[in-house]
Design a protein around this ligand. Structure first.
Ligand SMILES: [Zn+2]
Length: 481
């Protein structure tokens, strides 16, 4: 079997303060055809799974470009078209193929393209023709457009949030697509729009049980695959929202009925899924009142994984004003401050201006007297599913009893080794503030005695009714505007 795999992925926060250009892909990872490293990356699950299966089954695997950017604002037309055409060129160069396996996000928006994945899949279909199997692995924070469904044979989203199941879903994708090439199955799709947008933390009920419910249906009674699109509220496109996607083996009526049934189940549990976000001061009060520690505070509104800058100072400012010590915070994206810390050296005491640089959504910068505690070139954090995640040159500074990790490559807090590699003893802290909405949970829950999802201002504001939507179809529960 001749198999082609490639990836093009980012999640676009159309309200985000910074454009996503080619440099954003170079920063996170842009591997030309045949140059993917010997480790899985977040959106190369299909390629990695195809390497594993292909080795067993003697496939001829052609590895195209793999490119992913840290989520940010709208992708430039130049970046999208350049990378899209590179991927399509890689595909054309190895024709004919039996199967195309793509690692996508599903919520990439570029100038002139509200639905990058729909555009890309349509072009792939045009190149390979109607008989070649096209499969894609998606992030559940996708927009699941009709064009994406129509121009692919199978799409499978990660089921877990935090996304710890990249490889498992990639293997499922590869196996079902291979069965389709061999004529053993014929997937037919059904999509039901839940007409709402909800956060789905699978680390706790009721979503924990819903993941098991979806998996209990798969692989029997003609049901091939079930995916829940959580949706991405910060992408202002017509198709934004929570949806259910079901594939059965040739039975459209069954797919339609099951998708409807599961959508009704998700709608019925939406109040239970909704996350409570106390204000900054209420979050700090709750953390201080908690007996013991560490208490982990999620600053989801400044999560770079949702397109924020990761340099907001709202929570840090209140901690300093309130004299809260024995705390850690990170990662704060501030390459200039890192540069100054490296110049000053470990042990230096100096005045620094940190954070609050990118836009009003980051708050104002903070002027602090600090000590440089540790410096590390090219720190690599352990990311989701063990994927190595570069953070660039990093500095640990301390001010008023708060240790802060400054980074040069934007990425959210996923592994606790972001702090511990710099000598920050997380277990001894009372409060740990992480720039992350939920991916932090996989690793930080191992040290946390309590977790609070704080409601701070920022580019990934959790108060959706304040976002200036223009294209999303509204009202859409809980967005009333
Ligand atoms: Zn996601």
């Amino acid at each position: 079997m001749r198999v082609f795999s490639a990836s093009l992925a980012t999640e676009t926060n159309t309200f985000g303060p910074m454009p996503t250009g080619l440099a954003s892909f170079k920063d996170r990872g842009h591997f030309p055809a045949g140059k993917h490293p010997d480790a899985m990356t977040l959106f190369s699950g299909p390629l990695w799974a195809a390497r594993m299966r292909g080795a067993d089954k003697g496939w001829q695997l052609f590895e195209g470009m793999v490119a992913g950017a840290q989520p940010s604002g709208t992708t430039t037309r130049h970046a999208y078209e350049t990378l899209r055409d590179e991927l399509l060129g890689d595909l054309r160069a190895v024709l004919p193929v039996d199967m195309v396996l793509l690692g996508l996000h599903g919520a990439m928006v570029a100038e002139g393209y509200d639905d990058c994945e729909g555009d890309l899949l349509a072009r792939v279909r045009q190149i390979v023709g109607p008989k070649v199997v096209i499969g894609a692995e998606l992030d559940p924070h996708n927009h699941l457009t009709p064009e994406m469904v129509a121009n692919s044979d199978l799409m499978i989203s990660f089921k877990e949030y935090p996304h710890t199941d990249v490889l498992e879903r990639g293997l499922e994708l590869v196996d079902i697509c291979a069965a389709m090439v061999e004529g053993k199955v014929k997937p037919v799709a059904a999509v039901v729009d839940c007409d709402m947008i909800v956060t789905v933390h699978t680390s706790r009920e009721p979503a924990l049980g819903f993941v098991k419910r979806m998996q209990s249906l798969e692989g029997k009674d003609g049901v091939l695959s079930v995916s829940l699109t959580h949706g991405f509220s910060w992408g202002d496109v017509p198709e934004m929202g929570t949806k259910v996607l079901v594939y059965t083996d040739g039975d459209q009526a069954k797919a339609d009925a099951l998708a409807r049934q599961l959508a009704d189940e998700v709608i019925a549990m939406r109040d239970g899924l909704t996350v409570n976000y106390p204000s900054i001061d209420a979050s700090l009060d709750e953390a201080l009142a908690f007996d013991g520690g560490p208490v982990v505070l999620s600053d989801g509104a400044d999560n770079p994984g949702g397109g924020a800058a990761s340099d907001s100072t709202f929570i840090l400012r209140r901690m300093l004003e309130r004299g809260i010590a024995n705390a850690a915070l990170g990662p704060l994206w501030d390459p200039i401050a890192v540069r100054i810390a490296f110049d000053a050296g470990v042990g230096a005491k100096l005045a620094m201006r940190i954070g609050g640089k990118i836009s009003p959504l980051s708050g104002d910068p903070l002027d602090v007297e600090c000590t440089v505690k540790a410096l590390m070139h090219d720190l690599v954090m352990t990311g989701l599913a063990g994927t190595p995640t570069p953070m660039g040159d990093c500095a640990l500074i301390e001010t008023n009893g708060i240790e802060i990790v400054l980074i040069t490559l934007r990425n959210q807090a996923m592994g606790t080794d972001l702090f511990t590699q710099l000598g920050c003893d997380l277990a001894a802290k009372k409060i740990i503030v992480v720039k992350s909405s939920q991916h932090f949970y996989a690793s930080y829950s191992k040290v946390a005695k309590h977790v609070i999802y704080a409601g701070a201002p920022g580019a990934v504001t959790l108060d959706l009714n304040t976002l200036p939507y223009k294209k999303a179809r509204l009202p859409k529960w809980p967005i009333t505007a």
